[in-house]
Each structure stands twice: as C-alpha cells, then as structure tokens.
Design a protein around this ligand. Structure first.
Ligand code: ADP
Length: 542
C-alpha cells in the first residue's frame, strides 16, 4: 500500500517560488564588481530568474544542457542558480582560480553551451574562447552600456540585455527530481578533474539538512554572508538554504580582503558568516590591531580545511562569535559533519568543551559514516583509533560525470580519502588526507595537529607539515613556515615551542622558513607542490 500524500518532485524552482511568496521583501545585498552595493529582494530575484529561464528557452537550449558561470558571489549569480536549474538546465560553476587551460579543459569536458562571466574574468574568457568548442553564447554579467566593444569574443551579449528581452511571466517546468541540477569539478590535484553532478533532489535534501539547528541553524531572522564562493560546491548550499528559510543574503563580490569583509558584516548587520580559515585569518588580522569588534555577528561556520584552535578561541573569547567547525567535500554537496555540542557537554568546563569544538563534528542526518582499517574492517569509535573515512547518503556521489574514474564506491560507501577518528559520541576528527599522513617508526603523526601548534605561535602566519624520508624512522615530520610580516622566530625557538604541547616523537625534526606556501584553487595547501619544492631537502638528523 502506498501512502496517500501529494507527490511533488523536490525541485530547485520551488525554493525561489517559496522565497518570493513568503519572504518576498527579504533583502539580497551584493558588493558589485563595479564597487558599489546593489540591493533588492527575493521578489526581484524570482522575477529575473524566470527571465533567465526564458533567455535559455529562446536559445533552444535542451533539458540538461550545461550553462557555465565564472563569477563572484553576487545577485546575478544567484539568479542564474535558480534560472538555469529551475528551467531544467545544469548550472556549471567554473572556478576562476584555476589556470585558464584547465578552465577550458573543464568547459569542454562538461560540454558547456553558455558561459556567463563577471567582467573581472574577461581576460580569462579572452584567453580560452578560441579553445571552447561547445560554447555558443557568452554573457557578460553587466549592463548593456558596459559591454566591451572590441573584446574579440564571439556571440557576446550583456546579461541585462539578454534577460531584458524576456518576460518575468514564466511557468517553471515540472520534471523528475532526480534530474541533474548543477555540477562542480573537484580540483584534481592528481589526474584530470572529475565532476560531481548534483540533482534537484540531492540539493533540496541538503538544503533542508543544512538549515537544521544542529547544522548551520539558519532562519528568517538571519543575515547571512557566504564568503565561501558560489563557484565551488554551491557556496556550501547556502543560496538554497537561504531561500528555504527566507534569510537575508549578503554577497561580498570580489571584496574578500579583511577590511571589506569586516565592513560588510557591520554595515549589513550580518549575523552569520561562512568561509574557509584563510579568509577569517585575514579578517581577524585586520580587526585586532585596530581594536575592532562585531556588533551583530553571532555564528560563523568554518571548514574546507582544518580550523586552527587559535582561530576558534579568538572568535569565541575575543569577539563572542560561536564557531561551527564543518567538514565536507565536493563529492558530498558538500556538508558531512558539523560540530555543535550535545546536552551532556553543557555542564563541562570551557576547556573540555573546546576539545570537542576542535573536532570536525557529528554526522548530519542524511550522512552515515564509518572508519575502516587496512584490512577493510570497521574500526571502533573510541576517539583514538584512526582509519579511512567512508560515507554514504542521498547527497553523496554515486559516480562521477561521464563515469570518469570508474565506480568510486566500495560496497556502497564513498571513500573520502581522509583519515579520521570517531569518538563514542560520534564526533569525527580528521587527522589527515590519507596521502599526507606521516608514518614515523610505525606510528602515524597527524600533520594537522603539528600545523595547529605552529600557527598558535605569534610569529607564524602559515604552516604546513610534511613527512621527509628518514633511514631509521621511515619518515620524520618537518614544518614549513611563513612568518608574519615584521615578526621574527628562529628554528630553535619554534621547536622549543612544541615542548609539552605534543608527544616528543611527534615534534618536527626541522623548521624550513619560506616566503610563501603553495595554495590550490580551493584555498587548500598544495602539499604535492610543497614536496616538489623541497625535493632536494635533507633532514639534519638523517
Ligand atoms: P577539492 O575540490 O579541493 O577536493 P573539497 O572542498 O572537495 O575540495 O575538499 C574536500 C577535502 O577538504 C576533504 O576531503 C578534507 O580533506 C578537506 N577538509 C574539508 N573540511 C575540512 C575540515 N574542517 N578539516 C580538515 N579538512 C577538511
């Protein structure tokens, strides 16, 4: 016997329809490439998203055809999120931080038909358009009078002229909720990038879950600043969850420096912000010397790479902002775990609570996880034993676009490539990427732990720990450090700084000072490149 409830497909268009009808006057504020602030409401987002859908229909674009974007977080990008997916096409967000050659490779692999770009990325489009054989329409995200006359880009139109020709009176189509809605390529540090292809159903379920109190805790009373880019994993799903809750959205555009982000938070009464640790490092770096405080910010979700304890501490103790440490990946839409306390933790001391807050958190309903040993058997959840982290759930990839890389699953579980512990309360903590784990004398050393200690030193701006071959111990850790401008610390001082903070055998054998640590397009340290940089390095003790 089937249930007798209405069977409505879970479609992305329903999010913007809901926001328009029930939160029509809630604001969307964007810092534009032009430098000014743009402000309007969900009502206008919805109308213009329907115009986008009309523009795609008038081009005779087919169901599931890909429409690419090269854009900052902003209102036009938001309209494309709803207009492209809502009309049955697939939104393909390209990462402008990749090399142009890689962007062209990805656009060809995805067979993008349209490319919408912010004017900041005009040089990229100029460099790649000759190599992008499938793109038949280029759309510059600007007013008609800002369109460059002599760009050399064929079939170029301004976004405003493109949608102005369409009516905002458009009926969203209904189709199978399992249809593809958007796609994002993983950064592909090894081999070619592979794409996660999200569906309407996976996106809506993820948006519901993300808004829950123990996850991102979003509501119509929030003013949300997603600093995390809309060009990577849909800004952690925030555009969808914001529409689902009717929250105000504040977009930073290209202004990602500490001063711009701080000023936007204050001016737009932001209550909630989301971003990777490096962004917050810049912001706190701007605030501290000037003695600035927040007047409205309550919570910030930090993920993408491990959030150093010093940052969680600074947000909470110095600024009264709760940090929600989060973990996920492109293949997981991306949310997997979030760190919030349970009832039984509330009576604990602040120090004990902090030990929990440092972990990457508990699984969100919809994500199941396990850790397995080298023999493939599941490992106990005692918070000490570590193993390869596997996940499964309805917003986790089953396979990559075009079947690249074969079947990624092992007995229905997706291997994340991360190594982790899980404690008896279900809190997961990442020790490393499996390829970055350091094995010394048969024991594993967590590079994240070693890095966290280094960045707690006042003279250290950034630190990366890697393993170096050792004749006796197989590998020994060294720490590669970028000093803060004007700050001084010696190798000996930094090694001494580790004493009492970690087991003796885990203390790095050496400190290598560098001017910069190589970073990837998604804001993570590129350890492969770092190892290449240091290939001639030998340990003092070897
Ligand atoms: P990429 O495209 O670079 O793979 P992802 O955003 O998909 O980008 O990266 C996912 C990986 O980032 C995870 O598998 C994990 O190694 C790392 N990561 C994400 N969040 C955290 C976190 N809070 N702590 C430690 N590592 C994290």
């Amino acid at each position: 016997m089937l249930g007798l409830m209405q069977n409505q497909p879970l479609l992305i268009s329903s999010l913007i329809e809901f926001a328009e009808r029930h939160h029509g006057d809630a604001e969307i504020v964007s810092r534009r490439v032009e430098g000014d602030l743009h402000r309007y409401t969900y009502r206008e987002v919805a109308g213009r998203a329907r115009q986008v859908a009309g523009a795609l229909d008038s081009m005779k674009l087919q169901f599931s055809d890909r429409v690419a974007t090269l854009a900052w977080n902003g209102y036009r990008h938001l309209e494309l999120y709803f207009g492209v997916s809502g009309s049955g096409r697939v939104l393909h967000t390209l990462n402008p931080r990749l090399h142009p050659e890689q962007i062209a490779w990805i656009a060809n692999h995805a067979e993008d038909q349209v490319l919408c770009f912010d004017m900041s990325f005009l040089p990229i489009v100029k460099a790649i358009h000759g190599n992008c054989s499938t793109i038949k329409q280029y759309v510059a995200l600007c007013d008609a009078d800002k369109l460059p006359a002599d760009s050399g880009i064929p079939n170029l139109v301004s976004y405003e002229a493109w949608i102005a020709a369409q009516s905002s009176d458009y009926a969203w189509p209904s189709f199978d909720e399992n249809s593809a809605s958007s796609m994002c390529y993983t950064s592909g540090t090894t081999g070619n990038p592979k794409a996660a292809l999200y569906s309407h159903r996976s996106t809506i379920l993820h948006a519901y879950a993300a808004a829950l109190p123990d996850v991102m805790c979003l509501s119509a009373r929030d003013s949300i600043l997603p600093v995390v880019p809309m060009f990577h994993v849909n800004a952690w799903g925030i555009p969808y969850s914001a529409a689902l809750t009717g929250a105000k959205l504040v977009f930073p555009g290209p202004g990602l420096d500490g001063k711009s982000v701080y000023e936007l938070i204050e001016a737009e009464k932001v209550t909630y912000a989301a971003g990777v640790p490096t962004v917050w490092q810049m912001m706190l770096g701007h605030m501290k010397p000037a003695g600035l405080k927040f007047s409205t910010l309550k919570r910030t979700v930090i993920g993408g790479s491990a959030c150093p304890p010093t940052m969680i501490h600074a947000f909470q103790e110095d600024y009264g902002v709760e940090v929600l440490h989060a973990w996920g990946m492109t293949e997981m839409s991306p949310l997997g775990t979030l760190c919030t306390l349970k009832n039984k933790h509330l009576s604990m001391s602040k120090e004990e609570q902090m030990k929990i807050r440092l972990k990457q958190g508990r699984a969100i309903y919809g994500v199941d996880m396990k850790i397995v040993g080298e023999d493939g058997k599941e490992i106990v959840w005692d918070g000490k034993a570590y193993g390869d982290l596997y996940v499964k759930g309805p917003w986790i990839v089953a396979e990559y676009f075009k079947g690249e890389g074969g079947d990624p699953l092992v007995d229905g579980w997706f291997p994340t490539g991360d190594v982790a512990t899980i404690d008896p309360d279900g809190y997961m903590q990442i020790t490393d990427r499996s390829k970055d784990v350091i094995k010394s004398g048969g024991e594993w050393i967590s590079s994240i732990d070693i890095e966290n200690i280094a960045v707690a030193h006042p003279a250290v701006a950034m630190a990366a720990c890697i393993g170096v071959r050792h004749p006796k111990w197989d590998e020994r850790p060294i720490i590669v450090v970028v000093k803060k401008p004007g700050a001084e610390v010696t190798r000996e001082e930094l090694i001494k700084f580790y004493e009492g903070k970690t087991a003796k055998w885990q203390i790095p054998d050496d400190v290598v000072f560098v001017d910069a640590i190589p970073m990837g397009a998604t804001g993570k340290i590129l350890k492969t490149r770092l190892r290449e940089m240091l290939k001639d390095y030998t340990l003092p003790s070897a």
